[in-house]
Design a protein around this ligand. Sequence first.
Ligand code: HEM
Ligand code: HEM
Length: 158
Amino acid sequence: MNTVNLISDDIKPYLNFFHPLIMWVLFGLTIYALYLGVQARRTRTADAEARKDLIKGKFANRHFQIGSLVMALMVLGTIGGMAATYINNNKLFVGPHLLAGLGMTGLIAVSASLSPFMQKGQDWARYTHIGLNTVIVGLFGWQAISGVEIFQRILQNF
Ligand code: HEM
Ligand code: HEM
């Protein structure tokens, strides 16, 4: 028996809602991580006087925590999107939403793996981190648009 048939047909349609919902929350969290990262950079590069104030925000620490959460949710959210698609269609659609999603998930792993080097003060790691995350945020905007289009198509068949 196909494993996909183990899931009741009553439940299947509702699986379509989890991924879009989680990804919109994740979009917000990603923008928040961006804000914290920019503040962490400002703190690091500020003059002594301005630094005294900025340092109270603990931006680098908070950025690391929210960034880690963003990575965890992105990995699970992508797997979840693929699982829901497969359960409902018995196949995946190798299109832009799938490929960009997998690409982003790979990039964020590389971006996070630069953490120890950034903490050692390596500028190449910082600039690579910023570059990779700029691509990720850009792709996220694209995923949000293509994701809503997919969602509307699902609703039409509901
Ligand atoms: C998703 C969007 C993310 C954005 C837009 C972003 C952006 C940034 C920016 C602008 C900086 C400042 C670099 C500098 O000081 O010059 C930074 C630093 C850093 N980021 Fe991210 N980041 C993201 C995700 C992550 C993730 C997933 C991790 C790790 C799990 C992470 C870990 C770090 C660390 C450790 C630093 C160095 C902070 C320090 O100065 O100690 N970031 N990030
Ligand atoms: C921001 C809003 C997003 C919305 C509204 C959205 C919406 C959707 C919808 C409706 C599906 C079809 C799921 C199903 O058939 O049940 C889907 C699939 C998928 N999504 Fe998203 N998505 C979003 C963001 C993302 C992001 C950020 C990623 C990855 C980082 C991602 C990765 C995937 C993947 C890999 C699939 C499976 C595609 C396939 O095999 O055809 N999505 N998404």
